[in-house]
Design a protein around this ligand. Structure first.
Ligand code: HEM
Length: 261
């Protein structure tokens, strides 16, 4: 507060808390490795974007529940733009030479993206909630899951709400929506945006795996103890399998029609 009692005008720096933000990069290597700053900033930037994505996708889920399709679509579209930017940012780490990374990797101990709570919160929010996955989370975090994981788990996932969306709107199921896009315009466009979201996550995982292979190679263990085979297996994850499945169902139905005519 300004001494006159009037709120001080914010400046660019005070508004963004830049003095604090730019104080948060502390390379651990001694002597400090000149490439570690880039490594830290890339990860911090990704975590900031994860924060925005959790925020926007929680909004998208609420709009879906209220059947406000245009708003839901616009939030998923924003998440898609962020995923695109993240993939680009991850690529900047491709310029970290393998030998340079080895020179400071040991200072990271067992710290790994594997432990990112926001990444797991996003997976839970998106809809990855099968018993095996939840069991793995409990093994990592113990019975009481940290926030934001517990908070996300206390509400339905985006996938659960999206799966029910056509039924809730009296439009049948996703097959009905896709069989007649004109009739179900907003839902069809929403389905396409959600599918794009799923597709971009697959690209994210592929880009990450390529980065891992480029820097530490295949068949070696990460600082978190996992192999690149683990990351390869995760590429197959789909948050909205019903939207992919609709394609096969349409194609199969068309083939059956052709066969009978
Ligand atoms: C030098 C670059 C990088 C290398 C060598 C690398 C390596 C790895 C490895 C080997 C794993 C498997 C778990 C482990 O044993 O550690 C992993 C997981 C992970 N990394 Fe990276 N990573 C890099 C950059 C990034 C960046 C920029 C992010 C962005 C946040 C990131 C996020 C993650 C996440 C979220 C996981 C867990 C993936 C999952 O469980 O599906 N990594 N990383």
């Amino acid at each position: 507060m300004h001494p006159t009692g009037i709120l001080a005008e914010p400046t660019y720096s005070s508004y963004l808390k830049l003095d604090r933000l730019l104080e948060l990069q502390h390379p651990l290597s001694t002597p400090e490795h000149p490439d570690e700053l880039h490594f830290i900033v890339t990860h911090q930037a990704m975590e900031l974007w994860f924060k925005v994505m959790i925020h926007e996708l929680t909004r998208a889920r609420t709009y879906l529940e209220k059947q406000i399709w245009t708003q839901a679509l616009s939030k998923v579209r924003r998440a898609n733009a962020i995923l695109g930017a993240q993939i680009g940012q991850m690529g900047t780490l491709g310029h970290l030479d393998p030998q340079a990374f080895l020179e400071f990797r040991g200072f990271l101990g067992s710290a790994s993206g594997f432990q990112s709570a926001q990444f797991r919160a996003l997976e839970l929010l998106n809809g990855l909630r099968d018993p095996g996955y939840l069991e793995q989370l409990r093994r990592t975090h113990g019975e009481s899951l940290p926030e934001p994981l517990a908070e996300v788990l206390s509400a339905p996932s985006l996938a659960e709400v999206a799966a029910e969306a056509p039924g809730a709107a009296g439009a049948g199921d996703w097959l009905d929506v896709y069989a007649d896009p004109e009739r179900h315009g907003p839902l069809f466009l929403l389905g396409e945006e959600l599918l794009e979201y799923d597709r971009r996550w697959t690209l994210w995982r592929e880009e990450h795996l390529l980065l891992v292979e480029r820097i530490i190679g295949r068949s070696v263990r990460g600082t978190g103890g996992a192999s690149s085979q683990y990351l390869e297996r995760r590429i197959g994850i789909r948050f909205f399998p019903f939207l992919w499945d609709v394609r096969s169902r349409l194609t199969t139905a068309a083939a059956e029609r052709d066969h009978t005519t």
